[in-house]
Ligand binder design. Structure first.
Ligand code: ZN
Length: 166
């Protein structure tokens, strides 16, 4: 597979690769598979077993990272000109919609320490639920085509919690 990418496309591609590795998907799944191999194949001597696990780790890390990059890359392909690694975020606009004080009461279990032993812990949580109308603008670095995605995002702010006993 040969690719002819411009400098800005290469930059986007590098970001995707870093995200794929950084997301931990590659490392996590590879480690899991290597661990399974280590315990299932009870090969002697021990260094052969560790060696095999290391090979399995390397191969599965490579494959999982590749697959993750493949799926992430889909989001960065331009629908207008088909160029790969060409979509960049150029602008984010947020419009404040509402701020609603919210609260919740949670069961914190029972007290086990000496004073108040056996009492129920009640956790009272308070926060402000803020809603924003968010518009993100994207542009293709190859053909210049722009498009935008819009949606409502919710954020919890001013979070606090207190405990009471019953
Ligand atoms: Zn394009």
């Amino acid at each position: 597979m040969s690719e002819n990418l411009s400098a800005s496309q290469k930059k986007i591609k590098n970001e995707i690769v870093l995200r794929a590795i950084g997301s931990g998907a590659g490392a996590g799944i590879a480690l899991l598979i290597a661990g399974i191999v280590y315990f299932i194949f009870a090969i002697e001597p021990i260094f052969a077993r560790i060696g095999l696990s290391l090979i399995v780790f390397t191969v599965s890390f490579f494959i999982v990272t590749k697959v993750t990059i493949y799926f992430l890359s889909d989001d960065y392909q331009c629908e207008a000109c088909n160029a790969t690694y060409s979509i960049e975020l150029i602008d984010t606009e947020e419009v404040f919609l509402s701020a609603i004080p919210s609260s919740a009461i949670k069961n914190g279990g029972r007290v086990t320490s000496a004073d108040r032993e056996g009492k129920h812990i009640v956790i009272h949580e308070n926060w402000i639920e803020e809603k924003y109308d968010v518009t993100r603008k994207y542009r293709c670095v190859v053909c210049g085509d722009t498009y935008q995605e819009q949606g409502v995002e919710t954020r919890k702010t001013s979070f606090s919690s207190t405990k009471t006993y019953r």
